[in-house]
Design a protein around this ligand. Structure first.
Ligand code: ZN
Length: 259
């Protein structure tokens, strides 16, 4: 687990699994944690690591309902989890899905976990909408296409944008159940506008970006979606993302768009 300071009053904790990022955003004495690391030891250490850096967490948010983003309560069992309305609907439609996916991942990676995941109190937030954090007003923007649910969190005062599983330098666009190319394109268009106003973009997986590299990712991901829609078996994948794992994701994406 790695702790990195980003622009403004924010730090990113990066998990050893998939470079999954949890972002602590602070404003006016209030701190919010967006998403979560994965491994039990990371979750156990999280409050201490953030506390030492001066970030005492008051509230939890998840960008979408995929299991690797909703584990915050394992580190902060007393806090409720804020999610987009679309994510709340997904959680209600698939009760226990995150718990099952977490158990499967734990089994795959031989991870022992002693406290089971309980999402606890989940709070549904209107998206698009605004959310107060201390003296800042966060913007919540719909972000669908990877899955059928989700939101991006943008703090205009600090310029920090947390898009969830979009604009990653380590992962190509991934169409999971509920996602689609059209929804994904709409989200990238929306994100492009937000990136123009952002100073730092912290994706769900991989290194945070400045504005220029985030805009390059928007272009690369739109080009990838075009190739996917043409049904290309071996499209050129962006630099740094042409790996065996990303080729597997591409094969899954082809199957998902053929349905
Ligand atoms: Zn993810």
């Amino acid at each position: 687990m790695k702790l990195t300071a980003v622009h403004g009053d924010a730090v990113v904790v990066t998990s050893r699994l998939w470079q999954t990022n949890a972002i602590a955003l602070r404003a006016g004495g209030e701190t919010m944690l967006i998403d979560s690391p994965y491994f039990p030891d990371e979750l156990e250490l999280l409050p201490g690591v953030l506390g030492q850096a001066g970030f005492e967490i008051d509230a939890l948010l998840a960008t979408h309902a995929d299991f690797d983003h909703v584990l915050g309560r394992l580190a902060f069992p007393d806090l409720s989890l804020g999610v987009a309305e679309s994510t709340m609907l997904r959680i209600r439609a698939e009760p226990g899905a995150a718990q099952r996916e977490l158990r499967d991942a734990d089994a795959e990676f031989y991870v022992e976990r002693f406290s089971p995941l309980a999402l606890g109190q989940v709070q549904s937030l209107p998206v698009p909408g605004k959310l107060e954090l201390g003296d800042h007003e966060l913007e919540l923007h719909p972000s669908e296409g990877h899955t059928g649910d989700g939101m991006s969190v943008f703090d205009p005062a600090s310029g920090v944008l947390c898009p969830g599983d979009y604009l990653s330098g380590v992962e190509i666009p991934t169409l999971s159940p509920g996602g689609s190319v059209d929804l994904y394109r709409g989200t990238l268009a929306r994100l492009a506008g937000l990136v123009e106003r952002a100073e730092a973009v912290v994706p769900g997986h991989g290194t945070p970006h400045g504005r220029e590299s985030a805009l390059r990712l928007v272009d690369e991901d739109l080009a990838y979606l075009d190739a996917l829609e043409r049904g290309e078996q071996r499209p050129q994948l962006p630099e740094g993302r042409d790996t065996r794992r990303q080729r597997e994701i591409h094969a899954d994406n082809l199957r998902a768009t053929a349905r």
